[in-house]
Write a protein that binds this ligand. Structure first.
Ligand code: PRP
Ligand code: MG
Length: 178
């Protein structure tokens, strides 16, 4: 049974040396073994987002694990869902941005017509470490004229001080300090 945030924490686990040697990888996938845990997390985020009273137009989810939470959240907020994907995966006209993450460089893309001028946008991902991924996503949202209200993470790894990089407020369901 899922009563509190500690029960969610207990469903996550650290896998050493993944995807490369030296990286302790936080695996959130066991959460999806328990529908009540998924519901707890989504409820937690919906409560937070709706408490700010601003209508969210677009939920932007980041490939790959942002796709697990983004569409469910968008449905609950009666908002659009827009994916940001790694280079070469999205059809049609896209804009891109290069970024650095915990273990190397990557390129993100978004479809050019996915966000309209002045739409209220939140970005969601499973986890923030250095914040490099989130910042890149924020750049794409801003380039398309969206108003980035907040970054949402299920897990924040606080040791990287990623929040210092962000150009918008952040909300995380769980903070890990080791
Ligand atoms: C992980 C995680 C975040 C990002 C966080 O994704 O899901 O998106 O790293 O790191 P950062 O804050 O240091 O940028 P990853 O790039 O491993 O890819 P995936 O989600 O496609 O598996
Ligand atoms: Mg990711």
């Amino acid at each position: 049974d899922i009563k509190d945030i500690q029960d969610i924490r207990n469903l996550t686990r650290t896998v050493l040396d993944f995807p490369i040697k030296g990286i302790p990888f936080l695996d959130i996938l066991p959460i999806f073994q328990n529908p009540k845990a998924v519901e707890f997390i989504i409820n937690n985020i919906v409560d937070h987002v709706t408490s700010t009273k601003e209508k969210i137009d677009v939920v932007v989810g980041l490939e790959a694990r942002g796709f697990l939470f983004g569409p469910i959240l968008a449905l609950r907020l009666n908002a659009a869902f827009v994916p940001i994907r790694k280079k070469g995966k999205l059809p049609g006209k896209v804009i891109d941005v290069e970024y650095q993450k915990e273990y190397g460089p990557d390129i993100f893309e978004i479809q050019e017509d996915a966000i309209k001028q002045d739409q209220n946008v939140i970005v969601i991902d499973d986890l923030m470490a250095t914040g490099g991924t989130a910042v890149a996503a924020g750049k794409l949202v801003n380039k398309l004229g969206g108003k980035l209200l907040e970054y949402i993470f299920v897990v924040e790894l606080t040791v990287f001080d990623g929040y210092k990089k962000l150009d918008a407020p952040l909300y995380s369901v769980l903070k890990y300090d080791t």
